[in-house]
Structure formats: C-alpha cells, structure tokens
Write a protein that binds this ligand. Sequence first.
Ligand code: DUC
Ligand code: ZN
Ligand code: ZN
Length: 473
Amino acid sequence: MTTTLITGGTVVSATGRNTADILVDGERIVALLQPGSTVLGANLTETVDTVIDATGKYVIPGGIDAHTHMSMPFGGTTASDDFETGTRAAAWGGTTTIIDFAVQKFGERVQDSLQTWHDMAAGQCAIDYSFHQIVGDVNDESLSALRGLPDEGITSFKLFMAYPGVFYSDDAQIVRAMQTGAETGLMTMMHAENGPAIDVLAAQLIAQGKTDPYYHGIARAWQLEEEATHRAIMLADLTGAPLYVVHVSAKQAVAQLATARDRGANVFGETCPQYLYLSLEENLGAPGFDGAKWVCSTPLRSAQQEHQAQVWQALRTNDLQMVSTDHCPFCMKGQKDMGLGDFTKIPNGIGSVEHRMDLMYQGVVDKRITLERWVEITSTTPARMFGLYGRKGVLAPGADADIVIYDPDGHTSIGLNKTHHMNLDHSAWEGYEIDGHVDTVLARGKVVIDDGAYHGRKGDGSFVRRDPCQYLT
Ligand code: DUC
Ligand code: ZN
Ligand code: ZN
C-alpha cells in the first residue's frame, strides 16, 4: 500500500478550517495530524512514500456532482461526454464522484435500463460513480422494480413533470411512484416544470415564427416551474415521500421550497452554476443561433427579474442545499444545430462538470458564500443527501482519500475547446475567470491530477453503493 502525507495545508470542512497534515494509506485517510507530528520518534515526512506540500492551499474533500448525464439519449441524439471523457473532465475540475442517471425509456424494464448504464460505465470511469434511476414509464412492473433498488445500492429515482411523450409522468403516476418511494425509503427526485403547458406555448411561438433559442426560455416560463414545484411538494406531502427538486432556477420555485421547509417538510432543492451566473437575455438571447449553447431545462432566467440573486441567497440560507451541474453536453455542430429554425429541436443541456468547483469557489471570492459553505454545497451535503457520507464528503479517518488541493492564489481561465477536457466543441463558460485553481486531485488515494497533468486511467473509478438519504430519520 502506498502512503501519502499532505502537509501544511488549510483543511476546510463544512464546519470549519484548521492547519493539519493528512495521512493516507492506500485508498483511505488514516489520520489528521498536527503539522510536523512524529510517530514513534520518526518524522512522518521521512517514512511515507510520498509527501505533498499544500502550504498556502486549501485541502478539501473531493467534489461530488450528484446530477450528471453521461451518454444521455435526448431529442434524437446522445450527450457528447461518455463515462470516460466526462469523468476525466470531472477529475480535472476537482470532482471525485458523480451520480449519473440510468434512464428507463418508455416500454423498457427498469432493471434492463440499470444494467445498460452499468455496462456503459464499468471500466470507463476516472473517478467513482453511482446512479439514480430515471423512471420514464411508471407502471405496475416498474413500481415493483423500484422496490428492489436499495438492494442494488441505489436509493433515489427521478420523475419528470416535463417532456410529454418522452419521460413525462402524469399526476396519477407521480402519486403511485411517490407512494412506492416512501414505502421503500427512496428519495423522489423531480424535474419540476409543467410539460404539457410548455408544449402549448412552444408550439404557439413556433407558429408565430419565434424560432430562436431565446424563445426556449419564454416557453418554459417561471410560472410553470413554480406551479410544478408546488404540485410536487403537495404530492410529496400527500404520500409522505421525501422530495428533492433538481435544477431549481426560478426565484418563485425557491420560495415554494422555502415555505415547505419552514413547515418541516422533507423537501430539498439543488441549483446549478448556470442559474447563478447566466441569463435569458445575455446567453439564450445571444446573436444568431449562439444562444443554443445555453439551451437547457429548466431554462436560464431573466436577469431583469433578479432570479440569480435570490438563488444565491437561498444557497446561503440553506433554502437550497446544494449545487450540481446537470452536466448534459451537446456539440453545436451536429447536435445543437438540429434546432436551427426551431428551438424545440435543440437538445437540452449544458456541459459544466469540469467547472463546478471553480465556479462555486468564485462565489467565495465574491463573498456570496463562505469557504465552509463552498465545501458543504459541493461535497458534504451531496454525500449526506444521497447516502455517501462518512465514506465521501468528509476528510476524516476511514473516509476514502478523495482529496482536492485548491490554490486560492492560482487562476483559472475557463475557455475554449483547447482549454477544457469535456467532449464539446464549445464552452458554455468561455471567458469566465476564476480566482483560484484546482492544483492536485487524489481519487481514492491515487494522484489523478497534479501539475497540470492527468495521471489517472479509465477504470480507476468504481461503482459506489449508496445508503438512504442521511437527512432522514
Ligand atoms: N434538462 C437538461 O437541460 N438536459 C437533460 C434533461 C433535463 O432535464
Ligand atoms: Zn431535469
Ligand atoms: Zn438532469
């Protein structure tokens, strides 16, 4: 077993920071020590295999991105990152675990879809991974299959109130699935947008000749996110299901979640970097077809309506608990351009898996969140939310040695194809400058990123079985 000592860094957790050395043996952390500690009279720096000097840097638990879609089939095409390229890019950005979505399509068995995702990921990943289960066809058979998910190490499933005819579940299906989830100890994850209403508005806009990417954001109006969020909360209340609302973007949806949480409901919400930084006007409304880069759902919201500030505030006050990416990349050429002349045909999704840790660190620099909250919303809470805490999301003896050494004096220019590692012909984040830098990444004890180079291999990452949500009694 290889031993590694990370010395002199500021170890940051969700609750505080202090100077400590971290001793890693093989894949696990074995001790946090006073700097310069000796063991049986010997200085550890002389006895371990590798010493990493983290002086002047932050040492944090590896990022956990709980919402990615590698190789996701969508709108007649497939997300451009597969498990190999997507997890390697994640590692570059300081993310050491992803939770992706196995997709049950209409007419398919849940078990078969899960097996398909296992087959796609096995032996391909640079970092550890797990799955949520998308249920795209709620029926007696799929509900029965949900009951078997905990035995597979999967403790969450996702429903869609959007995309009629594709992934959509109606209210009757949602109630039945939530009842099953509540009985089985599964977290219900919800894409909360009123899909049938969106489709009416979208068809009307197209008929009026309003075909540009900008109108994607008009069709998917905030009222339809607020309404669906409210309905999901009420159905969760009715059935006793814990609820996790994905990719929250509208301030009105945030308010719905806050109200439910204030009365003690087991309701949680995530947002994504795009809803904190990007907007309907500037991005979806970019000249020509460029706005297609930012077509994702829920959509970017209007800067004039101040959604971004409210979403940042909700992150600060824990009305929203965590930040995932909803990484679902599509190239402009050959994929997004399927929607030239009709925004409804643009595949929905943005690629961000590489940039989440940096983009959220910029929130620390800009004084929107604290350093500890950065760790909490990107690692510790995702671990707790999805049953990984103890093994992931924390730097403590016994935990996996998933460790990021982050340089607050470094700099990251996010940019063009040549300077990111996602399988994308553009960047939705081109031009973003970050006042910090991911220096070194250890994934289960192995240095996978250091000195601007990737040292990992596909197959380094393994499937991780999850416990139920650790916020629930
Ligand atoms: N939203 C996206 O932007 N892409 C994939 C699916 C989704 O809900
Ligand atoms: Zn979604
Ligand atoms: Zn998604």
